[in-house]
Write a protein that binds this ligand. Structure first.
Ligand code: AMP
Length: 455
């Protein structure tokens, strides 16, 4: 006989609410994805250290004016995509859409311009753009960026490209192409703009609405409009590289020579201008091609010799680039670019009983300190469940501490490959684990070599 269901109390019905979701265009980065992000951050930090770039962290919230003046009022990321709001105190602030203006603001605010030049800085963190979300395009996304402030030599432009390429190479990302152009300076751009405007004015009818407006505000930007009809018009347009002043020409030629020297191939792209106002001379972008030939923009940058001045500092040349971390992580995932070693720990720590639990906490700490990744499930008391777990993560070695081992200061070492086990003094365990892991890695290397030869 069924019992009558109890009536819901008002408290229960209040609690049963719809589950909340992330805001459109924003997403969680789950624990399973973290190894990819960790790997990427590690590689970025390593390259930064190798090339002497120091980490700078700046606020997510900045004054709207910083980007209106720095990036440009008429650029898409400022005009259309910025998350803007007023604080309770009435300040006009925004969520940062990019890093470069903040870096220069910080550089000036903290008197870094008195340091020996170039001042080399790097950053990584979230950026915000209110664009239409789609595959690989989010409203909160992450970038890392490098900036060298105070040097005009094209060798720094080459170094930026070299660092980005080193990061891609370290991550084993293949098929990255470098698109390159020079868009001149204050001296040569006005006469080029005149030429471009007169070419485009005759074809105004074929341009999109935005480009018709840009004809007045920023004609250069028409060159990289993604509308098919504008792209058709632009194909025959005069090219910036053909109208550079002698100093810009020299600068661009030396960059190409440096790139040849470090054997970085490039594609000259006369239509590449980048969407932002501050670029001068060099502009570049990195694209990765997948197996189906689809291109994904990984990052870009260039020289911005006037930005420091625009933001209230002394005339100071500078160059930098930024890359999209989400896109890089997506590529790493698609191509399974995470070395086995970094996917899961090779050691599993199992324990049985309260005293053993305490002892294993110490061993866990020692293993971690020795740089050995170790898995455990301290909450479990059942040895069989723990061994099953160790099998699941494909641990090479299981360390077991039972009541007896906890009392006499020993540890059982179980080799999961051979199945053999032995009892060792707890203070010898780190050394023994290291020795065995090294041996296993050598065996694996030999085995891989053999299979490669057979193929
Ligand atoms: P940008 O600052 O526009 O040159 O962007 C540099 C890189 O950041 C791009 O090449 C992308 O990899 C990445 N990126 C830019 N916007 C987004 C976005 N909305 N979502 C994800 N990644 C982005």
């Amino acid at each position: 006989m069924g019992r009558k269901p109890l009536k819901k109390t008002s408290g229960q019905s209040k609690r049963k609410k719809q589950r909340l979701q992330t805001v459109r265009g924003m997403r969680d980065i789950l624990p399973v994805e973290q190894p990819y992000w960790q790997k990427l951050k590690k590689v970025v930090d390593k390259v930064a250290a190798d090339y002497n770039y120091n980490r700078l962290e700046f606020p997510i919230v900045e004054n709207v004016e910083l980007f209106e003046r720095g990036t440009g009022k008429d650029t898409d990321i400022v005009d259309k995509e910025m998350f803007k709001f007023k604080t309770k105190g009435g300040e006009n602030v925004c969520l940062r859409p990019e890093g470069t203006p903040s870096v220069i603001r910080a550089y000036l605010q903290h008197g870094m311009n008195s340091q020996p030049k170039p001042v080399k800085l790097f950053y990584r963190g979230p950026m915000f753009r209110y664009d239409r979300p789609q595959e690989g395009r989010y409203r909160e996304f992450f970038q890392f960026g490098f900036e060298a402030i105070g040097e005009k030599d094209a060798i720094l432009d080459a170094q930026m490209i070299q660092m980005a390429m080193r990061i891609f190479k370290s991550l084993k990302i293949k098929n990255v192409s470098l698109h390159l152009n020079s868009i001149g300076c204050e001296e040569c751009r006005p006469s080029y703009n005149k030429l471009l405007i007169s070419y485009l004015k005759n074809r105004k009818k074929s341009l999109c609405m935005d480009c018709k407006r840009r004809l007045k505000t920023n004609p250069l930007r028409i060159l990289d409009c993604k509308e098919e009809k504008c792209m058709q018009v632009v194909r025959q347009a005069p090219q910036t590289v053909d109208h550079l002043c002698s100093s810009c020409k020299k600068h661009f030629t030396s960059l190409l020579e440096y790139l040849d020297e470090i054997e970085v191939p490039y594609l000259l792209k006369p239509q590449l201008v980048r969407g932002l106002d501050y670029y001068t001379k060099t502009v570049f972008e990195f694209f990765a091609e997948d197996d189906e030939g689809r291109q994904s923009a990984l990052g870009g940058g260039g020289r911005y010799d006037y930005l420091v001045e625009v933001l209230g500092g002394p005339a100071t040349p500078a160059v930098g680039f930024a890359c999209g971390m989400d896109r890089i992580v997506n590529l790493m995932k698609e191509n399974n670019l995470l070395p086995q070693a970094e996917q899961s720990p090779k050691i599993y720590l199992a324990q049985l009983g309260d005293l053993a639990k305490k002892k294993s906490l110490k061993i866990f700490e020692e293993l971690e300190r020795a740089g050995i990744m170790v898995a455990e499930s301290f909450g479990r008391g059942n040895l069989r469940t723990q061994l099953r777990q160790a099998n699941k993560i494909k641990a090479e070695i299981v360390l077991i501490i039972g009541q007896r081992e906890a009392l006499d200061g020993s540890v059982i070492l179980k080799d999961m490959n051979s199945g053999g086990q032995e009892v060792l003094p707890a203070d010898k365990i780190i050394k023994e684990v290291k020795k065995r892991l090294k041996k296993n890695a050598e065996l694996l290397k030999k085995h891989e070599k053999k299979t490669r030869r057979k193929k």
